[in-house]
Design a protein around this ligand. Structure first.
Ligand code: GUN
Length: 295
């Protein structure tokens, strides 16, 4: 039987509507949540993500401070800008779009962000708190995956989640969130990566399979158990002359074949992507509330 499609856009729209109401209530109290966005260089995918994040801020009433720096920006200048945003009381969250140009030291840049404004959930303090079960900003893509599962009624507790990919932005934090003693945790987790032997053996054990390898067609139908829930985090631009922009977005999952075996599946685009942006907005509103002593 063909899988039911998980509509990430619809789930995201529901959360954004809640956030919009919350932001207007905060504004009545004189509080406008603010996000400082930093983009270094002109990588087309990054430009497009940042544009989407800023548009989404506008839609829910979050103030966004756009900082587009040239690709050759020095480490010192970038860290100085982060320092300025750290001190700016209008800014409750800072997003440095990754990846950065090669000459910049990503870990040092992330370390410069005040953890109280790390709405991206990628500072070592945020990650360390999350791993040890303390309250922290959760990294947006894995948090979006969890919310998508929760709001679609997928049972996470006790299930075997197999994650393909061990990136700092998705695989690693997601695995740690899933083993927390929480409403979106209590799962048993297997992480697979480029050195995993017999990947299909592992993926076939999954009740919930998360593809986050960043490689199209990593997951084919033979790798999926009948009835599994399949979440596709991959987004790769593939040239396509029939499209106005000259490319289309493809996930890590061979969608057409896998949807015939899965019980639930996310599409690309329109699955996890809208949730990532939404959780960034959510964290920014949370941060504004914390700064005002409301939570
Ligand atoms: N690039 C792709 N995804 C992300 C993300 O979640 N955060 C940041 N900062 N950069 C990204």
């Amino acid at each position: 039987m063909a899988a039911q499609i998980i509509d990430g856009k619809q789930v995201a729209a529901g959360i954004r509507a809640e956030l919009k109401d919350e932001v207007s209530r905060l504004k009545e109290r004189g509080i406008t949540p603010g996000l400082g966005v930093i983009l270094v260089g002109d990588d087309p995918a990054s430009v497009s993500y940042v544009t989407g994040k800023e548009r989404a801020c506008g839609e829910v009433g979050i103030y966004s401070d756009h900082n587009h720096l040239p690709a050759e920006t020095s480490q010192a200048d970038l860290v100085r800008l982060i320092g300025r945003l750290n001190k700016d009381p209008r800014i409750h969250g800072i997003l440095v779009q990754l990846p950065l140009p090669k000459h910049l030291k990503e870990s040092e840049v992330i370390f410069a962000i005040d953890p109280a404004k790390d709405v991206d959930g990628i500072h070592p303090v945020s990650v360390g708190k999350m791993v040890t079960g303390q309250k922290a900003f959760l990294s947006c893509t894995p948090h979006g995956v969890l919310q998508l599962l929760l709001r679609t009624g997928v049972r996470i507790e006790g299930s075997h989640v197999v994650i393909v990919g061990r990136s700092n932005l998705v695989g690693r934090p997601l695995a740690n969130m899933l083993i927390q003693k929480s409403a979106t945790g209590n799962a048993t987790v297997t992480i697979c990566h480029t050195r995993t032997k017999d990947l299909a053996h592992h993926t076939r054990q999954a009740d919930i399979l998360v593809a986050a390898a960043g490689q199209p067609r990593t997951i084919t139908a033979d790798m999926v158990r009948e009835g599994a829930v399949v979440i596709d985090v991959g987004v790769t631009r593939v040239e396509d002359a029939t499209k106005r922009q000259g490319f289309r977005l493809v996930g890590d999952v061979d969608f057409d074949a896998v949807k015939e075996k899965a019980s639930l599946i996310t599409p690309v685009p329109g699955g996890v992507g809208p949730m990532t942006i939404t959780m960034l907005l959510y964290n920014t509103v949370e941060s504004a509330k914390r700064a005002a002593g409301l939570v």
